[in-house]
Ligand binder design. Structure first.
Ligand SMILES: [Zn+2]
Length: 190
């Protein structure tokens, strides 16, 4: 348990690392604590459900209902004599019903496809943001003396309440110093 190879990073506020813990360790060790819940890993977005049998069935049912309604309306308003009957109704009404079915079927299906395309676009964007946030979260450290979190190289401490802002920010925080002279434990002791 104590065989952690790398020492915790130095807190940018107090300049020490004796109270610093990795947020991933903290959340793993005490998942019930309120701090761990505030600092929980970013949740992955839900993938979009594909258009399946249920949707196609639903669309077919809507189209059929519309077709029956159109046939009925056409039959009620028709003035033509009932000379040519098809399924017990005028063939013009049947024709109206079939056309209605086709239009509604294609229209409603197109709406579903469009909605799914939009949803999967949202999902891709959310997934990219989540992926970046997760990578940052893995590097996040918490200083209990200063009650704040920071990423490696971050110049100032971020309050726990603003951790989401830090994780989902478009740009990573500005580094404190150039990475060439980043302090290591070997240099400090040697
Ligand atoms: Zn500190």
């Amino acid at each position: 348990m104590t065989a952690n190879a790398t020492p915790p990073p130095v807190c940018p506020q107090c300049g020490q690392n004796d109270q610093v813990r990795r947020v991933s360790d903290l959340v793993r060790d005490e998942p019930e604590s309120s701090l761990a819940q505030k600092l929980a890993a970013p949740r992955s977005p839900q993938p979009v459900a594909v258009i399946g049998c249920a949707t196609s069935f639903f669309v077919t049912m809507i189209s059929l209902s519309a077709a029956i309604l159109a046939t009925g309306l056409s039959e009620l308003t028709a003035t033509a004599p009932r000379t040519s009957l098809l399924f017990g109704v005028r063939d013009t009404s049947v024709f109206t019903g079939i056309i209605t079915f086709l239009f509604v079927f294609v229209g409603v299906h197109a709406m579903f496809v469009w909605r799914q395309a939009r949803a999967s676009r949202y999902f891709r964007r959310a997934f990219t943001a989540w992926h970046r946030a997760s990578e940052r979260w893995q590097q996040l450290s918490y200083c209990s003396r200063c009650d704040g979190v920071f990423l490696p190289g971050q110049a100032s401490l971020t309050p726990v309440d603003q951790v989401q802002m830090l994780l989902y920010a478009r740009r990573p925080p500005q580094p404190a110093a150039s990475p060439a002279n980043a302090p290591t434990s070997a240099e400090a002791e040697g």
